[in-house]
Design a protein around this ligand. Structure first.
Ligand code: TYD
Ligand code: MG
Length: 460
């Protein structure tokens, strides 16, 4: 029976489907993300429904009889990557590695092959580069493993067939947007293709208990489906972030069924590929301007790690009727709130000034503990008084202008002390929870309000 051809519009951000084109997706609110897809509703053309599981294939078990002994993890040889994964790649898991094109996804995959290849047979399936190109890159990165097999293939069924016949112990797919399921009419990279290809790979991975790492490009114009449409299918989603102009990259877990999602890994891209950055604070603070107003250092927790980051603020007379506010790396609304509190509760007037906030190094900070440093950077610029280089501040700002306590105070102070800071402005309530060694040089100053904090910062 010939199938009925149906045209429908799919949002490349979230996968929302509709019969009519929209400029803005009613589901996720993104603009210009709808692409037309043709779907045939015949038996052969339809997306195959997953095979019905027989009612006896799985039976309920009491939770304390379920064993977890078979959760086996493979270490990648990269401490940062292992940490983000929650302690290595879990056998049989599906990991999505997303990021902008050119950020270093293929590079990191190839680099971990050296370590993984010592014990495991790896199948690297690339739909983007030729074998020769991969070899050249591997030579540059000094990757030479007998256990690394390269396959250039874009047909997902052929790839799955190779996985079944070659029986590798780990599979890498670079990238999911180049994979193609021939039974579907839509072009590679479309939402339907990307989703169905991932489903096929997932079924292969789960039945053979092989971990699969899938690369997914994030793109802004919506022409290809982003990793967002896959997030619910896979076990872990890692995003590679960072400015392509800058050398370092941050790997962040957005979802992880086998670990925490707070951890980040920091890498730096050099001519020998990616290397791990063991001391991110030092790197982020290098090149910090000295004795200038409008900069303050904060200490944020990224997972279990304290990281020091520089916050810059600028307040200038506005040239227009409406003052401009802009923030990079920090929530815009939170910045407006801090400006309002500074005006109302502490008497620092910004209403006829443009105000800008920038978190140095392309970091994105969303922890409330950054508030105080943001406020201090703005006030320092407003008053044109430099905050001493050896001073840092952290704490959450409340609407009455109070400084509220934050978690992990001791770790933050210790990290600051380790990097040579001498004064730390923090919430008063947190003072009791700090136990510093006697020979520590750092002086902790507890503050109750923004005013207190300002006085403490500038009292040298
Ligand atoms: P790549 O891993 O190909 O990016 P993706 O797979 O995420 O699209 O990384 C490509 C970029 O990394 C490219 O701009 C060049 C840079 N690079 C280096 O700077 N040094 C290196 O050793 C390598 C392999 C790449
Ligand atoms: Mg690539």
């Amino acid at each position: 029976m010939a199938g009925k051809v149906k045209s429908l519009y799919v949002c490349s951000e979230c996968g929302f489907e509709t019969a009519k084109w929209y400029g803005k997706c009613p589901s996720c609110g993104e603009w210009n993300t709808f692409t037309e897809e043709i779907r045939e509703t015949s038996k052969a053309g339809m997306v195959k429904p997953e095979r019905r599981i027989s009612s006896r294939s799985s039976k309920p078990l009491p939770i304390n009889e379920i064993t977890t002994d078979d959760e086996q993890r493979y270490f990648t040889g990269s401490k940062e990557l292992d940490r983000v994964l929650g302690g290595g790649i879990v056998k049989g898991s599906l990991v999505l590695l997303g990021g902008d094109p050119g950020i270093g996804k293929s590079t990191i995959l190839l680099q971990i092959c050296n370590h993984l290849g010592r014990m495991l047979k790896i199948l690297y399936i690339s739909g983007e580069e030729s074998k020769r190109q991969i070899k050249l890159r591997a030579m540059r990165l000094n990757i030479n493993s007998e256990n690394l097999y390269i396959l250039t293939e874009t047909d997902v069924e052929a790839a799955a067939e190779y996985i079944r016949s070659e029986k590798p112990e780990i599979v890498m797919i670079d990238s999911i947007q180049t994979m193609n399921f021939t039974e579907l009419n839509s072009s590679p990279g479309s939402v339907t293709q990307v989703r169905e290809c991932t489903n096929i790979l997932m079924r292969t991975a789960k039945t053979l208990d092989i971990p699969v790492i899938i690369v997914g490009h994030v793109n802004k114009d919506g022409a290809i489906a982003g990793p967002k449409v896959l997030e619910h299918i896979v076990d872990a989603v890692l995003y590679f972030e960072g400015d392509r102009q800058m050398s370092y990259r941050i790997l962040r877990a957005v979802k992880n069924r086998y670990g925490s999602t707070n951890e980040i890994g920091v890498f730096s891209m050099g001519d020998k590929g990616l290397s791990e950055v063991e001391n991110p604070s030092q790197m982020l603070l290098s090149g910090r301007p000295k004795n200038v107003s409008g900069t303050c250092v904060a200490c944020v927790m990224e997972g279990t790690r304290p990281i020091l980051a520089e916050i810059q603020g600028l307040a200038t007379t506005t040239g227009f009727g409406n003052p401009r506010r802009m923030s990079t790396g920090f929530d815009y609304n939170r910045m407006s709130l801090i400006l309002a509190v500074l005006e109302k509760r502490a008497g620092f007037y910004f209403s006829n000034l443009d105000a800008y906030i920038n978190v140095v190094g392309g970091l994105k900070l969303d922890e409330p503990a950054v508030d105080l440093a943001v406020a201090m950077a703005l006030v320092s610029s407003l008053k044109d008084i430099a905050i001493p280089d050896d001073t840092l501040a952290f704490g959450e700002i409340g609407l009455t202008g109070e400084i509220r306590s934050v978690s992990h105070t001791e770790e933050r102070v210790k990290e600051a002390a380790r990097l040579g800071f001498r004064r730390c402005i923090l919430p008063r309530h947190n003072l009791d929870s700090i136990n510093l060694p006697k020979d520590s040089y750092i002086k902790v100053i507890g503050v109750r309000s923004i005013r207190d904090a300002y006085d403490a910062v500038c009292s040298v």
